[in-house]
Design a protein around this ligand. Structure first.
Ligand code: ZN
Ligand code: ZN
Length: 152
């Protein structure tokens, strides 16, 4: 999905479920980690996490759009737009949007090293030259073990 398609989706979902126009910007934000989306109070824009689309599919993603649009419309109308507000809860129920955005673990490639003297193992994001560094614990020599995917 391109950013333009995301914008179109947001506009369509807004009209279909809220009968109101979405008149600001929708965009992807890769840096959102454990949230599916967020509504920005100052610009009124909505940022969406592309990983939620990849991991959970379009239906789920549209659920998050609905959730963010609840914040959006209520805020613009001067109503209770926060999670604890009655207006917010009522609108969520009305449009059948999820209450919270499920957290997904993000997978990252890491490099595992081991110390040849004290056997301590550790993970690093970047690969480095084992000849240039020594163990932080015992100053022993290091060896590269493997590359692995870590959920964080
Ligand atoms: Zn929310
Ligand atoms: Zn060591």
């Amino acid at each position: 999905m391109t950013e333009l398609e995301l914008q179109r989706h947001m506009e369509r979902v807004s009209l279909q479920f809220f009968q109101k126009r979405f008149q600001h910007q929708a965009r992807f934000n890769q840096r959102l980690r454990t949230t599916g989306g967020r509504y920005l109070l100052q610009s009124h824009d909505i940022e969406m996490n592309p990983r939620y689309l990849e991991n959970f599919g379009l239906d789920y993603f549209i659920g998050i759009m609905k959730h963010e649009l609840c914040h959006y419309h209520l805020h613009l109308e001067g109503k209770g737009y926060q999670h604890r507000d009655a207006d917010f809860r009522a609108l969520l129920a009305k449009v059948d949007a999820p209450r919270f955005c499920q957290a997904i673990p993000t997978t990252q490639k890491m490099h595992r090293y081991t110390c040849l003297s004290c056997q301590t193992e550790f993970l690093r994001k970047r690969r480095f030259d084992v000849k240039k560094y020594r163990c932080g614990r015992c100053n022993g020599r290091l060896a590269y073990k493997n590359e692995e995917l870590v959920n964080r």
